[in-house]
Design a protein around this ligand. Structure first.
Ligand SMILES: [Mg+2]
Length: 163
């Protein structure tokens, strides 16, 4: 079915509630996280303690992690430094441009990778194009500009048709 292209393997409200143990059981070892509205609100430079703790736990559980963001260098590097996690900016998701850099860095086969993000039209399609495990989360903060409202409405239609 062509629409499968838009569907994630998992859809969870927050990265805090992803079943990482299950991902590990599925053989997934590398996690590629979007930044804006996935791990932090798109409009802040701060990180809640709960999110910092989550990443510490994931690294302790032997996951290899990187960030893959369409945002610019300055913002992405800010979070890379705070988390002490490697990241790639200006990724141009859903194209494979930045994705290939992330795969090279993680040095794992695609069957062991998952991509996690809040947008169907960037994160999910990027994962689907590369045939890797794909997790969609709800955006932390709703964007109010027209283009993002439009995209969000389309995403809701796609997700409602899945059920
Ligand atoms: Mg995002």
């Amino acid at each position: 079915m062509a629409n499968k292209f838009f569907y994630p393997d998992d859809y969870v409200d927050s990265i805090l509630n992803i079943n990482y143990e299950r991902l590990y059981e599925l053989g997934i070892r590398g996690l590629i996280f979007d930044i804006d509205n996935t791990i932090v609100p798109y409009n802040t430079f701060e990180i809640p303690d709960s999110i910092l703790n989550l990443f510490e736990n994931l690294i302790a559980k032997k996951f290899v992690i990187c960030f893959l963001s369409n945002n610019k260098k300055k913002r992405v590097m800010h979070f890379c430094q705070l988390f002490n996690i490697h990241g790639f900016h200006t990724a141009l998701k859903p194209t494979p441009f930045g994705f290939f850099k992330a795969v090279k860095y993680l040095n794992l086969p695609k069957s062991e990778l998952a991509i996690i993000g809040d947008q169907i039209f960037t994160d999910v399609i990027c994962g689907r194009l590369q045939n890797i495990y794909t997790v969609l989360v709800d955006p932390i903060v709703e964007r109010t500009d027209f283009i993002n409202k439009f995209k969000r409405n389309l995403e809701r239609i796609i997700l409602s048709k899945k059920k």
